[in-house]
Design a protein around this ligand. Structure first.
Ligand code: HEC
Ligand code: HEC
Length: 364
């Protein structure tokens, strides 16, 4: 192993010395390479998760600060990121609707629709991959996509950047957040992502029952529903919507085929995870959504086709829809009439108070 490694030119002393010199000079020369640095400055903020959530993962190059979060919040509610100044992120991710839009398919600029239902942004901070098909690997990477998407905000990135750069309030906010003047797409992405990392949903009746020691927090029907949810011979729901010993995200962050969206000849209108991986087994697989706040985020599924929690539970009672890629965990589900009613009650116990400071910022 050693021998192989030392034959690598990168481990030769001269090469290492050169790297040290490059590393030392980089901070001073970076001004020439790109117009603006995009690491937030100032003391990072500790984001304290509510009861029932694990620590929030933070990327090393985007520590959230008071200034970057405030900037992200302003951007999130700003329709100027769209072509005709009518569609903000919040248009489709409305805090009053659990950060969704209550529609089957979202309406973008000019009333155009895409093919997917807007997911909640609550706890998106924990997802290893973003979107129903996981095509973005971070909140930062995700953020640029709706801005330019023709059926969402439909505005080229350079236009968004120059619109923001001409606004004195933004000029000041970007300087405060990043330590120098200038707007860039990367700065916009980082600020939006830091704001999104504060959208945390926990401390629900379920959390108070499960992690807070309050055995009165759930109703008897909800307690029965929780047992069905966990029981591998009945709901088997935790096979994908996970509950851990000290926290629960209600998602494994993974992709599964439940048969939702399969048509009569076994084809998927939306190929899901396959579109990203081109692996056959991923045909019709979608990211397991969190179930937090699920009572406020109807309609359901990647295509928004199921209107109520009762419809979702009835879908599972039929063990999903058969197709060659159906996830094996779907086949074991066996639900009585009472189990179904109890499950619906349990799903209503997953809504908690959202933190303050998530709504539209004060006008300035
Ligand atoms: C026109 C409606 C619309 C607008 C505007 C919009 N989104 Fe979305 N958002 C969606 C839809 C629909 C999806 C799911 C798309 C998919 O999975 O292919 C989504 C997915 C996401 C996700 C992934 C969540 C997950 O669980 O995978 C994040 C994060 C997100 N949007 C943030 C934003 C931000 C930030 C903005 C503003 C820059 C924004 N959205 C603007 C409709 C919208
Ligand atoms: C094999 C993994 C798996 C199992 C088991 C499973 N789910 Fe799901 N669940 C998913 C996936 C994947 C989706 C999204 C499917 C889609 O949109 O095509 C989903 C969607 C949902 C939704 C809609 C959420 C939303 O925001 O649209 C609810 C509610 C739900 N599941 C509840 C349950 C319940 C209750 C059980 C147990 C009876 C269960 N799930 C079992 C993987 C699973």
């Amino acid at each position: 192993m050693e021998a192989v490694l030392s034959s690598n030119p990168r481990t030769q002393p001269a090469f290492r010395l050169a790297m040290v010199i490059v590393a030392l000079t980089l901070p001073f020369s970076s001004g020439c390479r790109s117009a603006v640095s995009d690491t937030p400055v100032g003391p990072p903020i500790r984001i304290t998760p509510p009861l029932g959530l694990p620590p929030v993962p933070i990327p090393a190059d985007n520590p959230p600060t008071a200034a970057s979060i405030a900037l992200g919040r302003r951007l999130f509610y700003d329709p100027r990121l769209s072509r005709d100044n009518t569609v903000a992120c919040a248009h489709c991710h409305d805090p009053r609707l659990g950060f969704t839009d209550g529609l089957r398919l979202s309406l973008g600029v000019g009333g155009l629709t895409g093919i997917r239902n807007a997911p909640t942004l609550a706890n998106a901070a924990y997802a290893p991959l973003q979107f129903w098909d996981g095509r973005a690997s971070s909140l930062e990477e995700q953020a640029a996509s709706p801005i330019a998407d023709p059926v969402e905000m439909n505005q080229p990135h350079d236009v968004s950047v120059s619109k923001l750069a001409s606004d004195p309030t933004y000029q000041a906010m970007f300087r405060q957040a990043f330590g120098s003047k200038g707007v860039s797409l990367s700065r916009v992405e980082k600020a939006l992502a830091s704001f999104e990392r504060t959208i945390l949903s926990g401390d629900s009746p379920f959390d108070r029952y499960e992690y807070g020691g309050d055995k009165q927090a759930l109703t008897p029907a909800q307690i029965r529903g929780l047992a069905v949810f966990r029981d591998p011979t009945r709901g088997n729901c935790t096979a994908c919507h996970t509950i851990e010993p000290t926290s629960a995200l209600f998602t494994d962050g993974n992709f599964h085929n439940t048969g939702e969206g399969v048509d009569d000849d076994g084809k998927f209108k939306d190929e899901g995870r396959f579109l990203k991986t081109h692996v056959k087994a991923d045909l019709g697989a979608f990211k397991t959504p969190t179930l937090r706040d699920v009572a406020n985020t109807a309609p359901y599924m990647h295509d928004g086709i199921l209107k109520t929690l009762k419809e979702v539970v009835d879908f599972y009672a039929g063990q999903g829809n058969s197709n060659p890629n159906l996830d094996p965990a779907m086949r074991v589900i066996r639900l009585s009439g009472e189990d179904r009613a109890d499950l619906v009650e349990f799903l209503k116990a997953l809504s908690g108070p959202l933190p303050p400071n998530l709504g539209p910022p004060e006008k300035n």
